[in-house]
Design a protein around this ligand. Structure first.
Ligand code: FAD
Length: 312
């Protein structure tokens, strides 16, 4: 909901935004206890009048204050809630990204404990440790590096002949698969992966989708998989638009039976996998009170993020 004067009537109509002439009305509209809401607001107002927010620290950092209302003093992020009507929205806690992950170098190669590249293993996006080192300097710090390093990873894979099919695979025999090469001609690695078959998990969006298109532009036919049936079909269509063949499968990488089924189908219908990118990611939600809870998870949940690599 944007601030005044941007219209917000549609948010009221959909029920996303709740309104009450008084706090008691708002409590009724939102289904919370009226006395508790009034007490919370009274406590908030007492601190807000002094520009303080002991519960959540709003306005305690320069980044918060930069996003606040500069005309409101002494703290651009808090003011007493004194005059109705009052508004509320339901907040649902989620993650927008991670800063911990696999350590990589500037070529997206995953490094081992001795900081040496692990052959054939690349990581980008939420799977990779953030280059921001846990800081949040501004919007775009996850998607920007994710797109940049996804692009680099695609180039790295395209250049690494040893990561693709060796020997003769069934896909080598499909000489007539090139189709329209319009998009490929502009690509710096066009044709490098010609005749190869790539399989990407988590290809419904983000880096997975970018990699699928990049590998196709480098000449590979691509099997795209994702837990989301709609977005993975969209990715397949984008791959086909480059002139390459694409198969799409709904796959939950944590379900061993799904992976086995896919491996069987790929062997029967498509051929030998030359490039395998396990991009499927799992967002970890543990607790709800930031910031400490965001940094805490159980080792079992952490391992479940990495445990399932399709057996192809
Ligand atoms: C509300 C919101 C706002 C955001 N705003 C910004 C912003 O303004 N700027 C910014 O830079 N970043 C923003 N981000 C963060 C950014 O969107 C993510 O960091 C980025 O999308 C991560 O890309 P990824 O490819 O690593 O992972 P994802 O995009 O999460 O891709 C993972 C893929 O794996 C699939 N998958 C998950 N589990 C399974 C499974 N078990 N089996 C198979 N497939 C699976 C998913 O369906 C998905 O397609 C925002 C995120 C959210 C949620």
């Amino acid at each position: 909901v944007a601030p005044f004067p941007v219209p917000f009537g549609r948010h009221l109509r959909t029920g996303y935004l709740k309104r009450g002439a008084t706090l008691a009305d708002l409590a009724r509209a939102t289904g919370v206890d009226a006395a508790a809401l009034q007490a919370s607001v009274a406590r908030f107002n007492e601190h807000a009048a002094r520009g303080e927010d002991p519960d959540f620290g709003k306005g305690s950092k320069a980044y918060n204050r930069y996003q606040g209302d500069a005309l409101n003093t002494p703290n651009p992020c808090v003011a007493p809630l004194a005059t109705g009507p009052f508004y509320a929205i339901k907040l649902v806690v989620g993650d927008i990204g991670t800063f911990a992950g696999l350590v990589t170098d500037e070529r997206t190669r995953v490094l081992d404990a001795q900081r040496q590249p692990i052959r054939g293993l690349y990581a980008v996006g939420n799977d990779a440790a953030s280059i921001m080192g846990g800081n949040y300097p501004g919007a775009g710090i996850t998607l920007g590096p994710a797109l940049t390093f996804g692009y680099i990873a695609g180039h790295q894979l395209a250049q690494r002949q040893e990561t693709v099919c060796t020997g003769t695979s069934p896909c080598d025999a499909r000489g007539g698969l090139m189709g329209s090469e319009t998009a490929m001609q502009a690509h710096p690695h066009a044709g490098l992966l010609q005749g190869r078959l790539a399989l990407i998990t988590g290809a419904g969006q983000g880096n997975g989708r970018a990699l699928a298109i990049g590998l196709a532009q480098a000449g590979a036919d691509v099997i795209v998989t994702d837990i989301n049936a709609v977005t993975v079909a969209e990715t397949a269509a984008l791959v086909q638009a480059t002139g390459r063949r694409a198969w799409h499968h709904v796959l939950d990488v944590t379900a061993a039976a799904d992976c086995q089924l896919l491996a069987t189908r790929v062997a029967q219908e498509a051929g030998r996998i030359g490039v395998l990118v396990n991009n499927a990611g799992i967002i970890i939600r543990e607790g709800s009170r930031p910031p400490a809870a965001r940094r805490r998870t159980s080792s079992a949940r952490w391992m479940s993020t990495f445990k399932a690599v399709p057996s192809t």
